[in-house]
Design a protein. Structure first.
Length: 466
């Protein structure tokens, strides 16, 4: 089948053919039963008339009344009329041969009865009784044969009902299978893929070649996926620019200290015209140290802003966290403290730039949740198969109704203009690209904790401590 329409038309055609065939067969059975009922009435009257025929025969033999002879002849005529009027239904039920035999015997019976009426006597009476007995026997055989035919029709109807039930079930099963395999199945696959997209897994659908309608729908869906991927890339760039703004703010704050120290050292050396060479050398050394410090800050900024493909490498976690804190500390209130508990030799297999973007977002959110006063804890530990990073704060927390949506794009609990709702969505996406997982736990009024588990690229990078 090349289209859903053809499959549905085929299913309805099959149902129509089945119903028409069933109707024809049922009509034939109804016609046959009508014939049986007509024959039933005729044979019942025939048996009754034969019995009356024999009764008037006996009366005539006993009393020799002309009226009994007339009734006997009248009943013989009625039997002939019954056989003629119901010849068709009797023939349909294979009673035609018996009817002919009965007609032949009835002719012999009437002849012998007429002969006996003209010449009464014992031999003639005996011959009439023999012929009458044969007529009664044939009529009874016709009744028995009809009874068997009636029972056969009843059994046939039972078989018909059973056949209709079984056939209907098989037809329904065949149609259900056709619709499932050809219609419902592919639509359910498409529904599951759409549910995955709704859950944040933006992947194109690759269904096997099938119905034209489904191919068109999948093509349109994949086009939408392409547009969503493009928009997501643009969102990632926008969020990175936002993180870069945070870095620039931190860099400005961090660069101010070494530049101030360099300026002070230069002023001192310039003011001391006859200064001791050792004194001058010491201040030049301080200038060199502060210059190197400023160079490292600028290099970190350049590393973060440089566009590069996703690439995992061994990253020392503790220095990365300290560097990130240096950038975002300028955004924190004075009474917000930070505790770092990360083993110095803990390594993680990650894209350094993107992992730093994750840390910037989580620490910045923690600082905003703390407000003017609070405490942030950043912890890291190595486990048997993963490196665990936790960023926790004792701020205002997240409401239970919002917890299931914190990683959804454009979902934010902040006031209008204070957040785009993309930060945690990007965090979740980056962690997923690393093959890791991120979870959140929060109690309103008591704080929030984000837990990241990143798989080990090399077990030698983990430490045994918790």
């Amino acid at each position: 089948m090349s289209s859903l329409r053809q499959k549905i038309v085929l299913a309805f055609t099959a149902v129509g053919v089945f119903v028409i065939g069933l109707s024809v067969f049922a009509g034939y059975e109804v016609w046959r039963i009508e014939r049986v009922m007509l024959a039933e009435e005729a044979i019942a009257r025939l048996v009754e008339t034969v019995a009356d025929l024999r009764r008037f025969e006996k009366n005539y033999f006993l009393y020799r009344q002309p009226a009994d002879l007339d009734e006997n002849r009248a009943h013989a005529t009625r039997i002939e009329a019954l056989l003629s009027d119901h010849a068709e239904p009797l023939a349909t039920l294979d009673e035609g041969e018996l009817a002919q035999h009965l007609r032949h015997r009835l002719d012999g019976y009437t002849q012998r009865m007429s002969h006996f009426a003209l010449q009464p006597g014992e031999p003639g009476e005996t011959m009439v009784r023999v012929e009458g007995k044969e007529v009664s026997a044939i009529a009874q055989r016709m009744a028995d044969h009809h009874r068997d035919a009636l029972h056969g029709a009843t059994r046939s109807n039972r078989h018909l009902v059973l056949t209709v039930i079984v056939g209907s079930l098989l037809m329904l099963a065949a149609i259900a299978t056709l619709l499932w395999q050809g219609v419902t199945g592919p639509l359910r696959v498409l529904q599951r893929r759409m549910d995955e997209v709704a859950a944040g897994r933006l992947e194109r659908i690759d269904l096997p070649a099938g119905d034209a309608e489904l191919r068109s729908l999948v093509a349109a869906f994949n086009h939408v996926m392409g547009e969503l991927e493009l928009r997501q890339q643009q969102m990632v760039v926008s969020q990175k620019l936002a993180s870069l703004g945070v870095l620039l703010s931190g860099v400005a704050h961090e660069l101010n200290n070494p530049l101030s120290n360099i300026s002070s050292s230069c002023q001192i050396v310039l003011e001391e015209d006859d200064a001791d060479p050792g004194f001058v050398r010491e201040h030049l050394r301080q200038i060199d140290e502060q210059t190197e410090r400023a160079r490292r800050i600028v290099a970190s900024l350049l590393d973060f802003s440089r566009h590069q493909g996703f690439m995992k490498e061994p990253v020392a976690l503790a220095p990365l966290i300290e560097e990130t804190l240096a950038f975002v500390r300028g955004l924190m209130e004075a009474k917000v403290s930070v505790t770092v508990a990360v083993p110095g030799d803990l390594m993680v297999a990650a894209d350094r730039q993107r992992l730093q973007q994750v840390l910037i977002n989580l620490i910045k959110n923690a600082a905003q949740a703390c407000g003017s006063r609070g405490h942030i804890t950043v912890m890291g530990r190595g486990e048997a198969d993963a490196v665990v990073i936790e960023v926790a704060d004792d701020g205002r927390g997240i409401a239970a109704a919002d917890l299931d949506h914190v990683f959804d794009p454009f979902y934010t609990t902040k006031d209008v203009g204070e957040g785009s709702g993309l930060g945690l969505f990007i965090v979740h996406d980056i962690v997923k690209k690393h093959g890791g997982r991120i979870a959140v736990a929060s109690t309103p009024g008591r704080g929030t904790s984000f837990l990241i588990r990143l798989p080990l690229g090399d077990k030698s990078m983990a430490v045994a401590s918790n």
